[in-house]
Design a protein around this ligand. Structure first.
Ligand code: AMP
Length: 198
């Protein structure tokens, strides 16, 4: 049986979703599609897209929905995403959910599971301050961090209601060791019948 898994990982900044997303995607043999990574790569390379979004990322604001959704469409249309993918950081509000849902529906596809990494705000904040020291990300300033967490609570958390109504959300306790958390996610996905790549 071929493994197909169309997954979304959601969690506040600092929840560890990037790290866990990579681990889960590897075990399923599917690509990670992270909009944050795509934007950062473009900024680093100084592309026109990078120049367009750099100030937005530095402030911790959201890049316009149309632009972000177009980038995701292009990425998901590449051959390596035909058998599945793990989305990280998109969709981030209900308008993006609608966009993604209609794009997938056109292809006769739908998300199989939404992994919600549950981490208290204080824990996210302390992990982000640590990352700021270690990685020096330009959007890990105290102002931008607080702003991004507010946006998460106001705009991103509501997308879970939409997916919750479809019965595809797995709420995972995001506090613990890296391995423990990966194990929790893998168990939840296995319970949905999502098989690992052979
Ligand atoms: P992340 O790495 O997911 O925390 O994303 C870093 C930044 O990229 C965010 O603070 C936004 O400025 C931008 N970004 C990433 N994903 C999206 C999205 N789906 N919609 C709008 N902006 C996004």
């Amino acid at each position: 049986m071929t493994a197909t898994a169309r997954l979304l990982i959601v969690g506040p900044q600092g929840s560890g979703k990037g790290t866990q997303g990579v681990r889960i995607a590897e075990s399923y043999g599917i690509p990670v599609v992270s909009t944050g990574d795509i934007f950062r790569a473009n900024i680093k390379e100084g592309t026109p897209l990078g120049q367009q979004v750099t100030a937005i990322l530095d402030k911790g604001d959201l890049v316009p929905d149309e632009l972000t959704s177009e980038i995701v469409r292009d990425r998901l249309s590449q051959p390596d995403a035909a058998q599945g993918f793990l989305l990280d950081g998109y969709p981030r509000n209900t308008a993006q959910v609608e966009h993604l849902e209609s794009f997938l529906a056109e292809r006769g596809e739908a998300l199989d599971a939404v992994i919600l990494l549950d981490v208290p705000r204080e824990e996210s904040l302390s992990r982000l301050s640590l990352r700021a020291t270690e990685q020096g990300r330009s959007d890990d300033t105290p102002e931008a961090i607080g702003h991004r967490l507010d946006i998460y609570e106001r705009e991103t958390a509501p997308i879970l209601e939409v997916y919750g109504a479809k019965g595809i959300v797995d709420r995972i306790d995001g506090v613990g060791s890296l391995d423990e958390i990966t194990e929790r996610i893998a168990k939840a996905l296995a319970a949905r019948g999502l098989r690992l790549a052979a």
